[in-house]
Design a protein around this ligand. Structure first.
Ligand code: SF4
Length: 373
């Protein structure tokens, strides 16, 4: 079934490490953008079944609940949304109130994903985030009180000046809230990130790589003990609470992306919308095409992607399934190069499936490089 992604490219302030497609919030621009989104959603419709909607950003929780309701309504009119569809809104803790959360629920949102990043104020300050740890805890409580029974929290590790013990404080604080899902990412600094300058000025550094590996392994170990099940390199969930939407990206699914810079993949074709927000709005208003770079995925690309995304999942790759879908004998083609990783214990091959144990997930880039032609 299809997944629907809705991009919301507005933020109250731009975080010093962020490389997403976003800009500063402007109420007038946002109104015109939502109108364009509604038009785009209605134009592309063919009534096929869809079972997820994901509002990502940016900061989607800056939309008014009535705007979210209008977008969900347009999706319902355009596609056959299943009654149990997962409808996620990414939210920043400082943007929510009890009233707004009740409004989002009434709009059809049934899953919230909070960008918390850390439960330490010193770390949040270095990342130039607008919320405090106390505010994140409060926002979580407000969401539960509003009736959200499916909440995900994001944390980042390997932050400037962060020690392993400090990272684990955030993990413990997250566990104390008992969310239904959690994502744990390593901070990646893109080349011109303002955080790099801030780090130079403040003489902040990140821990050695061995500590980053320990952060990853010990954080996941704590999540295991708290009853969460890892299902992807950076994601854990309570049983039955995996992100259905994100699983589409990792299991060769189909999705349509609406809004500036959104990607879509359907029927073996991939395209990307115009990235600049004003340009996107003008193109929709002029009745023109917002999709650029539309191209069929080659058989080789599809196989490569299936190998990359399949190995990100704890379940790994089912090799007979890959053979049936893409006609490729993975072990026959790559076995010789993969064998040393199997010998080191960082890749598991049992004749039928190929998967990364946790220690192998730390080396995922290196192992997956084998698949690049
Ligand atoms: S809130 Fe999120 S999308 Fe917006 S600038 Fe910060 S990290 Fe980027």
């Amino acid at each position: 079934m299809l997944g629907l992604y809705v991009h919301v490219p507005f933020c109250s302030a731009i975080c010093n490490y962020c490389n997403f497609n976003r800009g500063l919030f402007d109420a007038g621009l946002k109104e015109r953008y939502v109108a364009a989104l509604l038009t785009e959603i209605r134009q592309a419709a063919d009534g096929s079944p869809a079972d997820t909607i994901f509002f990502g950003g940016g900061t989607p929780s800056l939309l008014e609940p009535s705007e979210v309701a209008a977008v969900v309504g347009a999706c319902r009119q355009s596609w056959s949304l299943t009654p149990d569809a997962e409808i996620t809104l990414e939210a920043n803790p400082e943007t929510v109130t009890a009233e707004r959360l009740a409004g989002f629920r009434a709009a059809g949102i049934n899953r919230l994903s909070y960008g918390v990043q850390s439960f330490r104020d010193d770390e949040l300050g270095r990342l130039s985030r607008l919320h405090s740890a106390a505010r994140a805890v409060e926002a979580f409580g407000m969401a539960r009180a509003a009736g959200f029974d499916n909440i995900s929290l994001d944390l980042m590790m390997w932050l400037p000046q962060q020690t392993v013990a400090q990272w684990l404080e955030s993990v413990e604080a997250l566990i104390a809230l008992a969310p239904d899902h959690a994502s744990m990412y390593l901070l990646e600094l893109y080349p011109n990130a303002p955080l790099r300058d801030a780090m130079a000025r403040g003489q902040w550094s990140v821990a050695p790589e061995d500590d980053a590996a320990e952060m990853y392994l010990s954080g996941l170990d704590r999540m295991d003990k708290a009853g969460y099940v890892q299902y992807e390199i950076s994601n854990v969930a309570r049983p039955g609470r995996q992100s259905r939407h994100n699983l589409k990206y990792w299991t060769d699914g189909e999705w349509l992306g609406y809004g500036s810079g959104a990607h879509s993949t359907r029927a073996g074709t991939r395209w990307k919308n115009i990235s600049a927000t004003e340009e996107y709005i003008s193109a929709v208003a002029a009745g023109g095409r917002v999709a650029t770079e539309r191209r069929p995925l080659s058989a080789e690309e599809r196989v490569e992607e299936a190998l990359f995304t399949g190995l990100r999942l704890n379940a790994g790759l089912d090799l007979p399934d890959v053979k049936a879908r893409y006609g490729v004998d993975v072990w026959g083609r790559y076995g010789e190069e993969l064998q040393p990783f199997v010998d080191q214990g960082v890749l598991v091959y049992d004749g039928r499936s190929l998967r990364l144990p946790r220690a192998g997930m730390l080396l995922a880039h290196e192992i997956m490089a084998v698949f690049i032609g």
